[in-house]
Ligand binder design. Structure first.
Ligand code: ADP
Ligand code: MG
Length: 314
């Protein structure tokens, strides 16, 4: 059994009347890339700020590496690397000096620090920009600098709060690959995002948040198993009569079948060979069909099933 790295129990955080965290609990084990997925305003950043003792909370408890987290627990703090949602670097310092500054908060030895800073620069791919000041960097490069500042001292627990918001695809991929690599080298990672695709791509455990509460937790496979609509098939058809649509609805495992805008959309509750059965029926009925799409459920479907609303902004 891996060790517990973070244990949050029944955390309550109020901003005046607003309950930002509502009895929120979480356990994160050593070696995980733990994804905190939730729409904007669900309480991700508030959770991170409480975790770091940057924000006082009303109720609950937080343990990190088996110790109670407190504002002056520097033994814990030095083992954490934090990459904030809002980029936090010093504009007057160059890329190298910024990383050196943040690394210097943890590592006094000059030689050791020099090595760490150089490694961090290479890790995020900023070799060509070491002498640049932050203002000269694009959004994506600035994010990478922010990450380098947070990881140079080789922390055991790395927390990244929405590190891919407003970055170009190239930097985004670099960041996601970097997170996986840091984890492979032994760090436990907490990664918050409202992009379900990214969370699915890299996280070994996922907690879904909404309105300050944890509404689901598990691996992506476990989360998807929780929802009834395990398969969605869409077929482009010219026309289908009401009678024929009823025949579709009588097929096994059908949850819902609708015809709209030249598309027949069918949702299934489990079952096997759903696609072949559907296409056979269409052929028998001499219904002409075009393209066929079969979709696995997404984490958005999980969110929709539990909350009744979309996780995506669109
Ligand atoms: P997320 O990071 O998931 O987008 P936040 O933790 O930033 O969510 O916010 C959770 C809720 O708390 C939101 O409704 C937000 O408006 C509110 N909130 C966050 N910070 C403050 C603050 N300093 N004062 C008042 N309300 C806040
Ligand atoms: Mg946030």
């Amino acid at each position: 059994m891996p060790e517990t790295v973070v244990k949050i129990e029944n955390l309550v955080k109020r901003y005046k009347e607003l309950i930002a965290l509502d009895h929120f609990s979480l356990e994160i084990f050593d070696g995980e890339i733990f994804g905190l997925l939730g729409p904007n305003g669900s309480g991700k950043t508030t959770t991170i700020n409480c975790l770091l003792s940057l924000l006082a909370f009303n109720k609950g408890s937080i343990e990190i590496f088996g110790e109670k987290m407190k504002p002056d627990n520097y033994n814990i703090k030095r083992q954490i690397g934090i990459i904030m949602q809002n980029v936090a670097v010093i504009n007057e310092l160059t890329v190298y000096e910024n990383i050196d500054y943040f690394c210097g908060l943890y590592i006094r030895d000059k030689e050791q620090r020099k090595k760490c800073v150089q490694e961090a620069i290479e890790f995020v791919g900023l070799e060509d920009f070491a002498k640049f000041r932050p203002k000269k960097l694009s959004g994506g490069l600035l994010r990478r600098l922010n990450i380098a500042c947070g990881i140079a001292h080789k922390p055991k627990l790395i927390i990244l709060d929405e590190p891919t918001v407003a970055v170009d695809p190239q930097s985004r991929n670099k960041i996601l690959e970097g997170i996986v690599e840091l984890n492979r080298r032994g760090a436990t990672v907490i990664y918050t995002s409202h992009y379900m695709e990214e969370v699915e791509q890299i996280c070994t455990q996922i907690a879904i948040m909404d309105k300050g509460r944890q509404i689901a937790i598990g691996t992506k496979e476990e989360l998807k198993k929780q929802i009834k609509d395990t398969e969605k098939i869409t077929v482009e058809v010219m026309d289908i009569s009401d009678e024929q649509l009823c025949m579709v609805r009588e097929l096994p495992h059908i949850g819902e079948a609708v015809f709209q805008g030249g598309k027949l959309c069918v949702k299934y509750h489990g079952g096997k060979h759903n696609l072949i059965r559907l296409l056979t029926l269409l052929q028998e009925q001499e219904i002409k069909f075009g393209r066929v799409f079969s979709e696995e459920p997404t984490l958005n479907d999980v969110f929709l099933e539990i909350t009744g609303k979309q996780l995506r902004d669109n």
